[in-house]
Design a protein around this ligand. Structure first.
Ligand code: NDP
Length: 303
């Protein structure tokens, strides 16, 4: 019997994960079909009950459910517990195990971003959602000593900082209000800038004005395309990278968890490129509502 793997999100229609995972199953002769399930938050609990069935090999969880799904899961891995966010499920009989493969995905992206340089110690993170949690955890594990998180809704960034209280006890992790002048002054003191907001996903706008990006910054945008932020960073001489590496490696880690086999990275990477050329554009679904409709009050996207 063909096995089922599903992506649960809202919405999911533009996700690249289906193309990437189906190509991997087909290449390795695994009889599995990857399905996209668009489930609003109210339908999440029923969807989670359904995937406990024997025909399911595994699940991906995406926007906006990564944090909400946590209490519905029977067991969490260390990375899911540490981040408070789950993006992959495996089954142990009828029990569900929650993993966070954004963590190894981000670690691969950070290594590539930094290259042969010494690992920096300071970072600015824009955003405080599920993706940002994997980013902050990855930065703490990589030895960063100061991380400043800016978010449109400050309370969410403060919640993130509280969540990491223990693992960040030895370093300076703080939330700051989204004001252009504060972001600019923090960027002047930092080496790494990561965009973990969805600003730039649906429209050609940047979360911050181009002129505050200095040439010595390493800039990573989790969004899988050449965003305005990345173009601004490059034109100022900064080193800039999109979310492709993170997407590929979180998907590869999920594939291995479901199948027990090494992921065919070349096949998955090619499938991503083909899907992107065919018009699919989201790393993992798209935020419910228009990500560009409302912007931080004190800092309109440079558009
Ligand atoms: P969430 O829905 O959990 O978080 C969205 C974040 O974006 C929040 O910080 C939110 O701020 C912010 N945001 C959204 N719209 C606006 C706006 N108009 N103005 C200011 N801030 C805004 O999503 P995720 O964390 O899961 O994903 C965030 C982005 O990262 C997405 O683009 C996603 O595709 C990408 N991503 C990529 C991955 C990859 O593998 N490459 C992996 C994970 C994520 P607020 O809290 O104030 O609403």
């Amino acid at each position: 019997m063909s096995k089922r793997v599903v992506l649960i999100g809202h919405p999911v229609a533009h996700s690249l994960s289906g193309a990437m995972q189906q190509a991997a199953f087909d290449a390795l002769g695994i009889d599995a079909k990857y399905e996209l399930w668009d489930k609003a938050p109210i339908a999440l609990a029923d969807a989670i009950a359904e995937v406990r069935g024997d025909d399911f090999l595994g699940v991906n969880i995406t926007i906006p459910h990564k944090e909400r799904v946590v209490p519905m899961i029977d067991r969490l891995t260390e990375e899911a517990l540490a981040t408070g966010a789950v993006n992959t499920l495996t089954r142990e009989g009828k029990r569900l195990v929650g993993h966070n493969t954004d963590v190894p995905g981000f670690a691969a992206a950070l290594d590539k971003l930094v290259g042969r340089q010494k690992m920096p110690r300071q970072a600015v993170v824009l955003g405080a959602g599920g993706g940002a949690r994997a980013v902050v955890y990855g930065l703490i594990r990589a030895g960063f000593l100061r991380i400043v998180v800016f978010n449109r809704h400050l309370h969410r960034a403060e919640g993130l900082v509280r969540h990491f209280g223990k693992s960040a006890a030895h370093m300076d992790l703080r939330a700051m209000p989204w004001h252009e002048s504060i972001i600019e002054s923090e960027l002047a003191k930092t080496k790494v800038l990561i965009n973990a907001t969805s600003i730039g996903l649906n429209a050609d706008v940047s979360p911050i004005p181009g002129e505050v990006i200095t040439g010595d910054l390493l800039v990573l945008d989790l969004i899988y395309k050449r965003t305005r932020l990345l173009r601004d960073a490059e034109s100022n001489g900064a080193h800039a990278m999109d979310g492709e590496t993170m997407l590929l490696h979180q998907g590869a880690a999920a594939f291995t968890l479901w199948t027990g086999q090494p992921a065919p990275l070349d096949v998955m990477s090619q499938a991503l490129a083909d899907a992107r050329a065919g018009g699919l554009r989201s790393a993992e679904g798209e935020p419910a509502g228009d990500a560009e409709a409302a912007v931080p009050e004190a800092a309109s996207p440079a558009g």
